[in-house]
Design a protein around this ligand. Structure first.
Ligand code: BGC
Length: 754
């Protein structure tokens, strides 16, 4: 999106001014060039609410940011599986950004939840790239429609906090493409974010900030990204190398170092000034986008945004378990509800670090429960445990809580991870709740079997050790400043839970496929599990899990019927099914479509989420849900072809309520054009024979060489030597495949590939 104005401005800029534009002016602003009327624009975290630092504010926000609405964090929003909802959050973020004169919101973050331990999982959407990409795209569209930019982050493979500024994520290209880049690709190609933020870490040895293959070949050349790439805060190590790789803006500015390095590199001829000009053009374009609208400053409606945060939080919570319809609570006048757990009066609703919002207000769950309870219901409270695990206090608090539970009609226990467990900057080391909570639960259950647990945590926790004792579990994640009100609505049935897990709840940490490799050592982390991340890994190993990806209950029930699938040319597949609300209440269902490749030449996940839809149905109502799939949805990244590859054969389309609750299935056959594999003298005999043209060429070369096809006729021999490269076979005498034949066949192959 080049503009004539930008071109005119560019020629008027001095070398020093150009260099200055490729660095911020301070922690949160781009540089201005007053002489030419180029203003500075403000950047601000973050993904689920603004963290606009007052001018002169510090980096980590110790001095406090301007009050803003704290919406549910990404792990909660991810569980909504609701693109329209993500769009509404985006619209509200834009309004707050305009009110606070923020040009670019630094989010969303869509790094894949490779391990439940990543300290920033609460800032990320899912373990699945398609779900992450679709939700991120909707949020970006919402923000940018309001005249404010976004910064999709952190590009790429920033999946842990341990050693995050140096660690090299060692990943093969197929894994990178299928798991760690796909979400970015979806968001970039559908929502066109104004900016993208590179990651801190290295990828296969190269800093993300200097990774030309990522920042230019893939991002711009393949995906057509036309925005600006900025660094994560402090991610630049060699400003000139980063510029050459495609990193336009360094944040915060390494003033007196990076600008000088750019100027010197241009003067000495080490950096082509055209490269600098390209980056400057992108900065000018960003400034123009940010200042071009009519937006201007306006106020945002604090109450309306708080109400929106409550609506959103309601649609993010996941009802994991609900034995004997324990929820919604059915209490009447004269009865007692025991509310137990320090989190009920000291709520945990966001994580720590750069995304930490200074909320405009915070709902207190206990107060909200009291307000929502039917008249005459006594809502009594006991803390039950301390947040910092003080053994003496915990013993007394537990006794008080047990006594309260024993006399109550229903018990709701607010459990979760202490704030110090989840933060930017470090990872967790286990996924258990604190012992003062897990030991209390069975004791409470012995006093009162009607135990409901409300969870507040930003990433998957182990539930297997305590969940047999409880009747119901409502996972609320870190659901923002209105989480308390939303929880009260859900517990009393004023709202019907409709979130679905965007990350698996494994039985044990050890079952997670990254377990042996996370978080690596000596500056390296091997992504040894490859594409088998999250449910792809649990499914491949037939592992039982506590709650599978996509799971979530409702106060109503849904029936699936009438699956129809039609296949058109180029693997364009249309799918439809009918979903009916068969229960007593209005409710929302997330209809999930998974694809599995039934016969495949490479290792593939048993099934992968390819699309989904959320439907809102009155009792008895039905809706026909339509989906479209394309060739890419059936393809894998072929390392040998260096391209997406659709393999002909049978695929399963499965539609259902979770990755392990598939209600409708159908098998289809897809035909794809055979793309010739690159073959050379190091390709094995089997590889040559697997390709019909190559096999024919090999037979012809043997015939032409007058040596016959003896080697190809002996099946037993072929099994034995099938994995020999043909050049190695040529060194063995007596079977006819000699060096002349190899040369001839390679020549024929080259001719075919041209
Ligand atoms: C974080 C980014 C954040 C930036 C600015 C970095 O430490 O990784 O996500 O946007 O700081 O606060």
């Amino acid at each position: 999106m080049a503009s004539d104005d930008d071109a005119t401005t560019l020629v008027q800029l001095t070398l020093a001014e150009k260099a200055s534009l490729c660095l911020g002016s301070d922690m949160w602003h781009t540089a201005a060039v007053e002489r030419l009327g180029i203003p500075s624009i403000a950047l601000s975290d973050g993904p689920h609410g603004l963290r606009r630092m007052p001018d002169g504010g510090d980096h980590v926000g110790l001095s406090g940011s301007l009050p803003a609405t704290c919406f549910p964090t990404a792990s909660a929003l991810g569980s909504s599986w609701d693109t329209a909802l993500a769009g509404r959050v985006g619209t509200a973020l834009a309004a707050e950004a305009r009110a606070q004169d923020v040009a670019v919101v630094l989010g969303p973050g869509i790094n894949i939840k490779r391990s439940p331990l990543c300290g920033r999982n609460f800032e990320y959407l899912s373990e699945d790239p398609m779900l992450s990409g679709r939700l991120a795209a909707a949020l970006i569209e919402g923000v940018q429609a309001g005249g404010v930019g976004t910064s999709l982050k952190h590009f790429a493979a920033n999946n842990q906090e341990t050693d995050r500024l140096r660690v090299s994520a060692e990943i093969d290209e197929r894994t990178l493409r299928e798991i760690y880049l796909t979400g970015f690709e979806i968001a970039v190609t559908t929502a066109r974010p104004w900016t993208l933020m590179c990651a801190y870490n290295r990828i296969n040895g190269t800093h993300a900030s200097q990774h030309e293959w990522l920042l230019t070949s893939i991002l711009r050349n393949e995906w057509g990204f036309d925005g600006l790439v900025m660094s994560d805060w402090g991610a630049v190590h060699d400003r000139v190398a980063a510029l050459a790789a495609g990193l336009d803006l360094e944040m915060p500015p390494n003033l007196g170092v990076s600008d000088v390095a750019i100027i010197d590199a241009v003067r000495s001829g080490h950096l082509d000034e055209a490269v600098l000009d390209t980056a400057v053009r992108r900065v000018l374009q960003l400034v123009r986008r940010a200042t071009g609208g009519s937006a201007g400053r306006d106020e945002f409606d604090v109450d309306a945004h708080h109400a929106l945060a409550r609506d959103v939080a309601r649609d993010c919570a996941v009802l994991l378990k609900n034995e004997s319809d324990s929820l919604p609570l059915q209490l009447s006048s004269g009865q007692t509800l025991a509310v137990i757990g320090e989190f009920a009066r000291t709520p945990r609703f966001q994580g720590a670090g750069s995304s930490q919002v200074n909320p405009t207000r915070v709902d207190n769950p206990l107060d909200e429960l009291r307000a929502a309870a039917p008249d005459g219901v006594d809502v009594a409270f006991a803390a039950g445990f301390t947040l910092n695990g003080n053994a003496d206090n915990d013993a007394t608090l537990a006794e008080e809580a047990i006594a309260l539970a024993a006399r109550a009609d229903n018990v709701v226990v607010f459990c979760g991870l202490p704030g110090s467990d989840e933060s930017e900057g470090y990872d967790r080391v286990h996924m258990r709740l604190p012992a003062n909570q897990t030991t209390l639960l069975p004791r409470l259950a012995a006093a009162n079997p009607q135990l409901v647990v409300v969870l507040a945590n930003g990433s998957a926790v182990q539930v297997a050790d305590w969940e047999p004792h409880v009747a119901a579990i409502l996972e609320t994640w870190l659901s923002g400043q209105a989480a308390g009100g939303a929880t009260a609505d859900l517990l009393f049935g004023l709202a019907n839970p409709n979130g679905r897990l965007a990350e698996t709840m494994p039985l044990r940490l050890e079952d997670n496929s990254s377990y042996l490799n996370f978080p690596g050592e000596d500056g390296h982390v091997r992504y040894g599990e490859g594409i088998f991340v999250g449910y792809r890994g649990y499914d491949a190993c037939d592992q039982q899990v506590s709650y599978p990806f996509g799971h979530g209950l409702s106060y109503t029930t849904f029936d699936y019927s009438d699956l129809e699938v039609s296949v058109a040319e180029h693997a364009a597949v249309s799918v439809s099914c009918t979903v009916t609300n068969t229960g007593p209440r209005r409710g929302k269902e997330v209809v999930q479509l998974y694809v599995g490749d039934l016969i495949t030449s490479v290792a593939r996940p048993r099934r992968e989420l390819k699309t989904f839809a959320k439907v809102d149905l009155e009792p008895g109502a039905s809706e026909v849900v339509h989906f479209s799939l394309a060739a890419r949805d059936f393809s894998f990244w072929s390392t040998r072809r260096r391209d997406w590859h659709l393999e002909s054969g049978a695929f399963e389309i499965a539609v259902g309520a979770s990755s392990r609750d598939l209600r409708l299935r159908m098998q289809i056959e897809l035909e794809s054009a055979q793309v010739p594999l690159p073959l050379d003298e190091m390709s094995t005999l089997d590889e040559w024979l697997a390709d019909s043209d190559a096999a024919a060429a090999l037979r012809k070369a043997l015939d032409d060489g007058g040596v016959g096809e003896s080697i190809l006729e002996n099946e037993e021999m072929k099994r034995l030597i099938g994995n020999f490269p043909i050049s190695s076979l040529a060194a063995f005498p007596g079977h006819g495949l000699n060096h002349e034949v190899v040369r001839a066949v390679i020549d024929q192959r080259r001719a075919l590939e041209r």
